[in-house]
Design a protein around this ligand. Structure first.
Ligand SMILES: [Ca+2]
Ligand SMILES: [Ca+2]
Ligand SMILES: [Ca+2]
Length: 299
């Protein structure tokens, strides 16, 4: 209660021409702002509304319109009662972007980020989802990740607890899949408490006009935990179809697994392939090289 003594509470009752009361709470003795019935002033402390859980909030009987509380559980935040429901104040449920040009769309459940499009790309609605679409490359699509230019034509969706994501490396402690640079995502280097949710997405590929289509790639996936996984999906022009999802080790350094998938049923003129690594903790890594999209199943 000592601090109360440091606060001068001035209650100004102005009795001229009727009765008007204003309350100023401050440490400098100033009057309340002329427009305020209650003026709380400080440059060192905040204003603290009552803090409570959802159930405590809902137990308030006959809340009046405009009532404010700070909710401590669920989607925590400042809530106001509008006469019929409690509503979150502010934009706490709207995700932040990560770069200039990011946008949001409502997926019928929540606001979702759309990462900024590339120069010259057009925004199309595909499967109800706004999707940046670039001019597709022709078949065959061959990717060896051997130059930065090669790597840079891929797109990245960066998730998890840090900006660490897929990278192009020439080797990992002297190791590689075939002696050349490759795409690599590495949970191990981040250490304890880190998470990764990282996508490596190919350019669009015009796979129309063929009757068969195959995707091939080399990997070394070093898995540690059951809730960590490596997933590969292809884009059928509308949505993503998983062709590989594993929490098992596959391949090795200088001895990659060569994987081939028949994706003929997903042929379209805006085909893509993407590699998704999910790691909810401190785990190992995934190396990818020699990705191809061709109309032949052979090497
Ligand atoms: Ca390579
Ligand atoms: Ca990340
Ligand atoms: Ca392992």
């Amino acid at each position: 209660m000592k601090s109360i003594k440091q606060i001068i509470i001035s209650l100004l009752i102005i009795t001229t021409l009727g009765l008007k009361a204003q309350v100023a709470i401050n440490t400098d003795g100033s009057d309340a702002n002329a427009s305020a019935i209650l003026d709380v002033k400080s440059t060192e402390k905040g204003f603290l509304p009552p803090r409570m859980t959802i159930s405590q909030r809902d137990a308030i009987s006959n809340p009046t319109s405009g009532l404010l509380i700070y909710q401590t559980n669920g989607i925590a935040g400042l809530y106001q009662y509008d006469g019929s429901a409690w509503n979150l104040v502010g934009n706490n449920n709207i995700p932040s972007g990560s770069q200039a040009g990011d946008m949001l769309y409502w997926d019928n459940n929540e606001w979702v980020n759309i990462q900024a499009g590339r120069h010259g790309a057009t925004l199309q609605i595909r499967g109800g989802v706004p999707t940046w679409v670039s001019e597709p490359l022709p078949l065959p699509f061959i990717e060896n990740f051997d130059t930065q230019t090669q790597f840079d034509r891929w797109e990245f969706v960066v998730g998890g607890s840090s900006n660490d994501t897929w990278q192009m490396v020439s080797d990992y402690s002297g190791n590689s899949l075939d002696g050349t640079p490759f795409a690599f995502v590495n949970s191990d280097e981040l250490g304890a408490g880190s998470t990764m949710d990282e996508y490596l997405v190919s350019p669009f590929i015009d796979a129309s006009g063929v009757s068969e289509l195959y995707v091939k790639f080399d990997i070394f996936y070093n898995n540690l935990s059951d809730d960590e996984y490596a997933e590969v999906s292809v884009y059928n022009g509308v949505s993503w179809i998983a062709v590989y999802n594993s929490s098992e080790d596959n391949g090795g350094w200088h001895a990659p697994a060569h994987l081939t998938f028949d994706v003929s049923e997903h042929i379209n003129d805006h085909f893509r392939i993407r590699f998704h690594y999910y790691s909810p903790g401190w785990n190992w890594y995934w190396a990818v090289d020699n990705v191809s999209v061709t109309e032949n199943s052979g090497k």
